[in-house]
Design a protein around this ligand. Structure first.
Ligand SMILES: Nc1ncnc2c1ncn2[C@@H]1O[C@H](COP(=O)(O)OP(=O)(O)OP(=O)(O)O)[C@@H](O)[C@H]1O
Length: 232
C-alpha cells in the first residue's frame, strides 16, 4: 500500500474545474516532485490532499484511510505537514519562539532548535528578532524549519526556493535533503534542477491532469517529456 494515493481527484473553485482527474501515488520514504507551468494546479493538488479544498470526486488516501470528509486539522493530526508557498510565520514572535511553538508536545525542543540552527546559522544569529522583521529569505528558512521540526510522516512543500538568492536556495536544498532522510516529501518546485536533484520520482501536471511521470534519475532538463510542458 502506498503512503499516499490520490485517485481521479476532481477539484473546483466555485464553478472552475481545476483538477480534472489527478491520480498519483507517493511511497513511504520517497521524495516525489510535482512540476508544471504556473496555474496548472500544483498548489491545488496539495490543497486537495490537505482537504483545504476537498475534491468533489475521487479519493485521497493516507495509509489506506480516506481523507475526504476529514477536516484539515484531522489530516494534520494523521501526520501530514504543509509548508505553504506564502511563508507562514508568526510575525510578532521571535525566531526562536516560532520554532518552539512548531515542536510537537513530547518532542525535544532543544534538539529541534540545535538542528534548526545547524541547518540555518542565519536563524541563530537572529534568534531574538521578531520574525516580521526578517528578510524574505530568512522568513522562508524559518517557515521551512517550522515544517521540518513538526515530525510529520509526509511533508507537502510548496515552491520552497521561490524568490530566494542562490546561496539560500542551496541551504534550502540541503535542509530538504536532510528532511528526506526520515520524512516522505511531496515537493512542488519550479526550479527543475533542484526538483530533479532531490526527487526519486516526478509527476508533470498540465491543465489539471498528470501528463507525464517517471524516475527523476532518468530525465534531464532537456528531456522532451519535461520540455513540452514546462516551457512558457
Ligand atoms: N482560491 C481560488 N479561487 C479561484 N481560482 C483559483 C484559486 N486558487 C487558484 N485558482 C486557479 O486555479 C488554477 C490552478 O492554480 P494553482 O495555484 O493550483 O496552480 P499552480 O500550478 O500551483 O501554479 P502557481 O505555480 O502559479 O502557484 C489557476 O487557474 C488559478 O488561477
Amino acid at each position: 500500500m502506498s503512503l499516499l494515493t490520490v485517485e481521479d481527484a476532481h477539484t473546483y473553485y466555485g464553478e472552475s474545474h481545476v483538477l480534472e482527474g489527478v491520480s498519483m501515488e507517493v511511497e513511504a520514504g520517497e521524495v516525489v516532485a510535482l512540476v508544471g507551468r504556473n496555474g496548472v494546479g500544483k498548489t491545488t493538488t496539495l490543497r486537495t490532499i490537505l482537504q483545504l479544498t476537498p475534491p468533489r470526486r475521487g479519493s485521497v488516501r493516507f495509509r489506506g484511510t480516506e481523507l475526504i470528509g476529514k477536516s484539515t486539522h484531522e489530516v494534520a493530526e494523521m501526520g501530514i505537514g504543509w509548508i505553504p508557498e506564502e511563508r507562514r510565520v508568526f510575525t510578532q514572535l521571535s525566531v526562536e519562539e516560532n520554532i518552539r511553538v512548531a515542536v510537537p508536545s513530547g518532542e525535544d525542543v532543544h534538539e529541534a532548535l540545535s538542528l534548526a540552527y545547524e541547518t540555518f546559522p542565519d536563524l541563530e544569529e537572529h534568534r531574538d528578532r521578531e520574525a516580521g522583521n526578517l528578510s524574505g529569505g530568512q522568513q522562508q528558512m524559518l517557515a521551512l524549519v517550522r515544517g521540518l521540526v513538526g515530525e510529520n510522516e509526509l511533508l507537502l512543500v510548496d515552491e520552497p526556493s521561490e524568490g530566494l538568492a542562490p546561496l539560500i536556495v542551496e541551504a534550502v536544498a540541503e535542509a530538504l535533503a536532510e528532511a528526506a532522510t526520515d520524512t516522505t516529501l511531496l515537493l512542488v518546485e519550479q526550479n527543475l534542477p533542484l526538483a530533479l536533484d532531490l526527487a526519486d520520482r516526478f509527476y508533470v501536471l498540465d491543465n489539471g491532469r498528470v501528463v507525464e511521470q517517471g524516475d527523476a534519475n532518468e530525465v534531464s532538463m532537456d528531456d522532451e517529456r519535461l520540455r513540452r510542458y514546462l516551457s512558457a
